[in-house]
Design a protein around this ligand. Structure first.
Ligand SMILES: [Mg+2]
Length: 238
């Protein structure tokens, strides 16, 4: 874990990262919120040094600077910087979020509905965070089906901030299901469907076969021996 690597960030490294963020801000200005993630596995003190240096850019949040399991260290980090802090994409069930909320250890929680426990559990997580005055951003790196499940949960949750998406540049992503606006995301927003269920008509199986993971046994009934020795980082933290 980050705290056990012994890796520290230098003034030179902080300067390079500040130049990087400055270049983004120069390009897009301050009307578009920008969050930051994937800082590398540096320890708490280096996170604080880097966070202080980046505060001047008014970023939306610092994400997963350290693993979520360390609520007291998150509280120390959150008190030390002037930018909102955020974690939670690896937490399963609402109980894992409670220490972070009770200690006011983060400003934003970040459940992934597809792995936090589903629609109802994530609704409970959001409502619980609201009681502590903490907002909910939603981690999402999945299909339109997952996006729609998130959408319904988000609009039912008063402290919802924003829903992640990785596929706005991939037109085929919208076509994995039918019966929805295409593109599903327009000007950064999704319309809530009025239809029953999640709101789409059907799964476009041809599109799934063309684009889904070839290891998927539903569509690819073939030997998968070539994957037996692949390495997988099944982490419980980011
Ligand atoms: Mg993340």
């Amino acid at each position: 874990m980050h705290q056990f690597t012994g890796i520290q960030i230098t003034d030179k490294g902080i300067g390079i990262l500040c130049d990087y963020v400055q270049a983004v801000r120069d390009e897009i200005g301050y009307e578009i919120p920008v969050a930051v993630d994937h800082f590398g596995h540096i320890g708490l003190k280096s996170c604080i040094r880097l966070g202080k240096a980046l505060d001047k850019f008014t970023l939306a949040w610092y994400e997963d600077m350290i693993p979520w399991q360390f609520a007291d260290q998150w509280a120390e980090l959150t008190r030390a910087v002037d930018t909102p802090t955020c974690t939670g994409e690896d937490i399963y069930l609402k109980e894992g979020f409670l220490p972070l909320l009770e200690k006011q250890a983060v400003n934003i929680i970040h459940p992934d509905l597809a792995s936090s426990g589903g629609i109802l559990e994530t609704k409970k997580i959001g409502d619980m965070a609201q009681d502590y005055g903490i907002a909910m951003a939603m981690h999402m790196a999945g299909s339109p089906i997952s996006a729609l499940a998130n959408l319904h949960c988000a609009v039912a949750t008063e402290n919802f901030l924003v829903l992640e998406n990785h596929s706005v540049d991939h037109p085929e992503w919208n076509q994995i299901v039918t019966g929805l606006p295409d593109p599903l995301i327009q000007d950064g927003f999704m319309q809530v469907p009025e239809k029953p269920g999640l709101g789409f008509d059907d799964i476009n199986e041809d599109m799934c076969r063309a684009h889904l993971d070839p290891r998927d046994p539903v569509y690819f009934d073939q030997p998968t021996d070539q994957w037996d020795n692949e390495w997988s980082w099944d982490r419980l933290w980011s």
